[in-house]
Write a protein that binds this ligand. Structure first.
Ligand code: MG
Length: 92
């Protein structure tokens, strides 16, 4: 599987075609679809392939949002979250 940021040219083209607001709306929609599919998985109404499909949509939208917000800014936020998680795991 490619890195999220291997698709920068796709994210740029998407922004040029549909614009920033549409991409925020699409991100919200894809996240909602993943949430619904995870709930359906718990109830046995879908299989893991359906979850993988929705996860792929969210995967690409996360890449899109990182591209829009700036890779360095998001990387710094991830570093802070990882540090905090390591602290929590190390605490008794
Ligand atoms: Mg979807």
């Amino acid at each position: 599987m490619q890195s999220l940021m291997a698709y920068r040219e796709l994210y740029q083209a998407t922004l040029q075609k549909w614009g920033v607001e549409a991409q925020y709306d699409q991100a919200v929609e894809e996240c909602a679809e993943l949430i619904a599919t995870l709930k359906h998985l718990r109830r046995g109404r879908v299989d893991e392939t359906a979850v993988a499909d929705e996860l792929a949509d969210v995967f690409l939208m996360v890449g899109q949002l990182i591209y829009m917000l700036g890779e360095e800014r998001v990387a710094a936020a991830v570093d802070r979250k990882i540090l905090r998680l390591r602290e929590l795991l190390a605490s008794p």
